[in-house]
Write a protein that binds this ligand. Sequence first.
Ligand code: SAJ
Length: 439
Amino acid sequence: MTIKEELIGRFKTREARIGVLGLGYVGLPLAVIFAEAGFNVLGIDPDVRKVESVNKGHSYIQDVPTDQLAKLVKSGKIQASADFSGLKDMDAVSICVPTPLRKTGDPDMSFILSATEELANYMHPGMVVVLESSTYPGTTREILLPKLGSEKGLVVGENLFLAFSPERVDPGREDWTTYNTPKVVGGITQDCCDVATAWYEQALKTVFTVSTAEAAEMAKLLENTFRMINIGLVNELAIMCERLGVDVWEVIDAAASKPFGFMKFTPGPGLGGHCIPIDPLYLSWKMKSFNYNARFIELASEINTNMPRYTVSRVMDALNDHGKALKGSTCLVLGAAYKPNIDDIRESPALDVIGLLKNKGAKVSYHDPYIPSLLTHENERMESVPDLMAAVREADCVVIITNHKDYDYPAILEAANLVFDSRNALGKMGKNNPKVARL
Ligand code: SAJ
């Protein structure tokens, strides 16, 4: 029996020991899904608070119910540690670490590098490693393969199996979950792909295989670049419609009535989250090393990055139309999370809008039912206002940035002096309403 056959057999009997490196919004759900499939899972994370929380059976991830985690921890199916040495007993390891941008806008590979270097200390023949972090094409082959393979005396495709499988977690979504979202897998070799697929198929509903790790890395970047560019398109359309005196929301709804050949995106105050504004820049950065300028990505990024400033200029216009200067006016920002109905504020355009409003001399407060407090880009701590309706009544302008479903928009509109609605949260109530300006 070859090492490949033996390893695949251990996945089928659930004897294989699974390691998940990184217990964030991708890693913890993945650890749970492997444990639910019957594997013993060791979660590794340098953040001891996460480790302690998991070992207490307490979930800190919106998509992982605490009772589900507690049951798996109690039964011994899941345990967590901040000590990487547990990896020496693992047969299979998924790496789910962040891939942010540096301040310079270049990829920050430090998390992948440190995870790989730690894992390299514990590599042994007969291991499969799958990288899940969104990254530029070539990362698995150029960074992980040497450090986990040749430098450790292992031969990829024979006693080391290495693959890439992009995470597709959409925090807060209930229809598409870690289990039922099709999972793309691409290996350094076909045998690598076979082993990684055999592993993932034990726990996930559908695995979609591609011929190389690069194809899998690129598929993920296409998914998110597609979104970023189309959001940039509708953001520019909003700017054009305002110049033309046309209602961009009406135009988009009309275009979306086309049952084929169109996909609806909506404009907003900017692009938030840890995927969409960032992943495409990993691709444009990589292409620079091929002396290729990814113009669509650069242009869309420029438009999206400018939307907070454009939004503030429109708030200024709205106040002006009501005989008020932005300077000295009270602005209440409604919704700080980067998208509706979640508690994640990473890269949220609300932070940019708050900073820009303050720079213009406005007195700014915010409310968000999911974000009790936040740290502004200027490192100022702000708390969500305790009495929403009082704040609405007192504000010279309510600025809707994130359209959480929790808000009573008719009541807010009734109580407000003026509303700038950057998300069409008010819908028809906001159209041709003298108290409402819209993106
Ligand atoms: N946004 C717009 N207009 C739109 C859609 C989004 O302005 O039409 C803004 C959002 O407000 C947010 C940002 O873009 O600030 C990103 O929104 P998103 O809906 O793309 O949500 P994300 O960042 O959580 O993206 C995730 C991604 N999932 C993964 O990377 C695994 C993405 O691939 C998913 O397609 C997306 O969720 C989804 O469909 O919800």
